[in-house]
Design a protein around this ligand. Structure first.
Ligand code: ATP
Ligand code: MG
Ligand code: MG
Ligand code: MG
Length: 517
């Protein structure tokens, strides 16, 4: 590639090292922090320092600036995987941090220099956002850096006020966006404005209306822009009651998405086609016997899901997460199951190399491990454990799927029989479809497809009712957990571990679902 992902990581760290930052290692995906399940950002390991508590072992008091390449997991983006060009469940966040040292001015200037000089991005392709009332940041971008006002957007709390969790250090932020289509200009055409006006009128200036008016419509347009760098001006501590308490020191916390910058610099249509992920996709496509280039959109998306999930799975297991039915263990279990099903949809049988009793995830995981050397050198040493765990979990899930298939056959036979007796059209109840989904991991689309082949329809309304019931139950369970763990160490310890078999204990499962955020 033009610029390898590894070299982007190295150049970022070098850039900030030569500006007085100490290069520190990534922390584990399993955070030392009761308020979050997994490491979602680079700042997490520095939270005590931002809060003015002393200082974790890694960072002695005399380190006022640090820089890291932090591996991150965001389960809230799982639905985006393969659908947007820019979201992963696993990604690397490059960050520079100031602990009561430099603040807005330096953070903004260096971010600009890094982007335009070090990475050579054309200045006129860069847009920035600032928090709606942050005039100081606006002025630095405009007066000192020289970004024209048309390319500075003021945005609201959703986008430009960053918090790591329900409580903790937070502050207004400023984001950098890259424009893939500058020819589309600063504003929409006149006719689009007329259309917009009527549209806003129609939705009575609702939430959507206000977002569009704020200019979010521009920067949120995935086909034109990509957000790649977020600078957080960390100056408050959010308390339990939601109030903001000013921190003793003003801090800087930033995050730059490695895969996103690689996508821009390597001039590929999405993050998945960068050298950081494509080799994994390539391996998956060999096992599936399809060509990524020639594949239809659906298969392409499935290959991207494999490319994404295998990275997440490997790094989670490497950091000590074991598939289970609770907490982090359930995160990795869900990712593994989704990967197995995705592989089946792509037509991968057994290990994909002729052994029908074998597992294919370890075959792809090997490629992830080969690529891991500059992400986390420990992964290679843990390869045997990772591959073994993965194989066991995959084969176990395949067995469950097979049991589900048998059950589905039985259910369909019953439905046909009772339809014949009652002279009605054959239909599979919503309860049964839900049982297959919930207990045996059958997506309802697959159940529908198989049922239709036999001339049996599915009571989708009934299925939706069951889903809604479950959603309500997990919400209730979630609230219960929140009350219970108000002052406690680890959310995950409050749910008894359960063997995956039928989920008789729905509430335990519901709790787990609610912890997935
Ligand atoms: P987006 O709006 O695109 O979802 P975000 O605002 O949620 O991104 P931040 O919380 O600001 O992201 O994280 C800092 C940086 O980390 C982002 O600017 C982006 O480059 C990167 N990043 C965030 N989420 C993801 C993800 N799911 N996959 C890949 N990179 C990500
Ligand atoms: Mg996001
Ligand atoms: Mg954003
Ligand atoms: Mg952001």
């Amino acid at each position: 590639p033009l610029v390898s992902g590894d070299s982007i990581r190295r150049r970022f760290l070098d850039f900030y090292a030569s500006r007085g930052h100490k290069v520190l290692p990534s922390s584990s995906l399993v955070p030392d922090d009761p308020t979050v399940l997994l490491t979602i950002a680079g700042m997490l390991q520095f939270k005590p320092i931002f809060l003015g508590k002393q200082l974790n072992v890694q960072v002695p008091r005399q380190v006022p600036r640090a820089t890291t390449a932090q591996r991150c997991i965001r389960t809230n983006d799982v639905e985006n995987v393969g659908r947007t060009a820019r979201h992963h469940t696993f990604f690397e966040m490059l960050g520079n941090f100031s602990f009561g040292d430099y603040f807005k001015k330096e953070a903004i200037r260096w971010a600009w220099e890094l982007s335009t000089v070090e990475f050579g991005l054309p200045a006129d392709r860069l847009w920035v956002s600032v928090y709606e009332d942050d005039d100081e940041a606006f002025e630095i971008w405009h007066d000192e850096v020289g970004v024209p006002v048309e390319r500075i957007k003021r945005m609201g709390e959703d986008d430009n006020f960053w918090t790591s969790g329900v409580t903790g250090p937070c502050g207004p932020c400023s984001e950098l966006y890259y424009d893939f289509h500058p020819e589309r200009g600063y504003t929409n055409s006149v006719s689009v404005h007329y259309f917009l006006f009527f549209f806003l009128f129609l939705c009575r200036m609702g939430v959507l209306g206000r977002r569009l008016l704020r200019g979010k419509a521009d920067l949120g347009d995935d086909t034109r822009f990509i957000e790649f760098y977020n600078l957080v001006f960390m100056q408050y501590n959010k308390k339990d009651d939601g109030s903001l308490e000013p921190l003793k020191q003003k801090n800087i916390d930033t995050g730059l998405g490695l895969e996103r910058v690689a996508r821009i610099l390597q001039k590929v249509p999405n993050n998945y086609e960068t050298d950081l992920i494509y080799p994994i996709i390539k391996r998956a496509s060999e096992l599936a016997n399809v060509s990524y280039e020639l594949a239809d959109d659906r298969s392409k998306m499935n290959l991207k899901i494999l490319g994404d999930h295998l990275r997440a799975i490997v790094y989670l297991i490497s950091d000590g997460v074991v598939p289970s039915n609770i907490g982090r263990g359930y995160v990795v279990r869900r990712l593994i199951r989704r990967a197995v099903r995705t592989g089946k949809l792509l037509g991968i049988n057994g290990d994909g190399r002729g052994n029908l009793e074998g597992a294919f995830l370890p075959e792809i995981a090997e490629r992830v491990i080969e690529l891991s050397i500059h992400v986390d050198a420990d992964v290679k040493n843990r390869a045997a454990r990772i591959l073994g765990e993965l194989k066991r979990e995959e084969l176990r899930f395949v067995q469950t799927l097979e049991r589900g298939e048998k059950l589905l056959e039985q259910m369909l036979a019953d439905a046909l029989l009772s339809a014949q007796e009652n002279k009605t059209a054959p239909c599979l109840s919503g309860k049964n479809a839900f049982l297959l989904y919930d207990t045996y991991g059958f997506p309802v689309e697959i159940t529908t497809e198989v049922a239709e082949e036999r001339g049996v329809s599915i009571d989708m309304a009934g299925f939706d009712v069951e889903m809604e019931n479950q959603r309500r139950q997990s919400q209730a369970a979630h609230n219960a957990v929140k009350l219970e763990v108000e002052n406690s160490a680890d959310l995950t310890q409050h749910v008894p571990d359960t063997e995956f078999l039928g989920y008789e204990t729905l509430s335990a499962r519901a709790v787990v679902e609610s912890l997935m955020v």
